[in-house]
Write a protein that binds this ligand. Structure first.
Ligand SMILES: [Zn+2]
Length: 237
């Protein structure tokens, strides 16, 4: 059976028995593994290529690549090394969730496409990173509550994303936050993927937002990202 799906190539894996193993994020089916003949009849594809994949589904439920029509190569990402690594980090986050229930990851496709597009256009990378991290966590079932304790406070609890005063924060693992970052996180949580990126905050607030969303993600996921480490080396370099 042949089927057509729109999706983005997240990973070009090793060649096994003359077939490359591709991991593609699609909206309808989530992450799928596709085998592509690496010999003759070469189809051009690369990481982050988005377009229509024509697949042949075998009786055993495997997908073989028939052809691919490129719609968006995201070439802009390759112009700045830091963007290449940040995009690689986004891909690693999605791939992490693909290990669990791959079908549900389809919901991340519009968020990823928007994020990569904005990075390629030169949008502030800290802001794109913060939005992608927090919205992904929300969509995958880890939503920070942003609920305040009974007193005014400036601490973000990594466990449940509540906002705590000095006394309440004492026994918990927290990071300092500002009124602007609370508003930014509320915007991200309250808007769909297409609009989650559409706000601006000063650079120092972006630095704080990115720290908070990254710490929240890493606190909840059993996840290490080589691309994130590389991005930090270059970005903070
Ligand atoms: Zn309190």
């Amino acid at each position: 059976m042949t089927r057509k799906v729109k999706g983005i190539l997240l990973r070009v894996g090793p060649t096994i028995h003359e077939e490359k193993v591709l991991t593609i994020l699609t909206e309808q089916m989530g992450c799928i593994t596709v085998f592509a003949k690496s010999g003759r009849k070469k189809t051009q594809y690369d990481q982050f290529y988005y377009g229509e994949w024509v697949l042949y589904e075998t009786g055993g439920g495997n997908f073989l690549l028939n052809s691919f029509s490129l719609e968006e190569p995201f070439h802009g990402l390759k112009e700045r090394m830091e963007d290449t690594f940040l995009a690689g980090y986004f891909a690693q986050i999605v791939l992490h969730f693909c290990k669990g229930e791959p079908r549900e990851t389809g919901i991340l496709l519009p968020l990823l496409l928007n994020g990569l597009y904005l990075l390629g256009k030169g949008r502030a990378s800290l802001l794109v990173k913060g939005v992608f991290e927090l919205k992904t966590m929300q969509l995958m079932g880890y939503c920070p509550s942003l609920a305040p304790c009974a007193h005014p406070g400036g601490h973000f609890a990594l466990e449940d994303g509540s906002i705590l005063c000095d006394a309440c924060a004492l026994p918990r693992k927290t990071l300092p936050l500002s009124a602007t970052t609370v508003a930014a996180m509320a915007h991200i949580l309250n808007h769909p993927a297409a609009k989650a990126y559409s706000f601006s905050i000063p650079h120092e607030e972006q630095v704080l937002l990115s720290k908070l969303t990254e710490a929240f993600l890493l606190y909840h996921l059993d996840f290490k990202s080589s691309a994130l480490e590389m991005w930090k080396t270059i970005y903070e370099g």
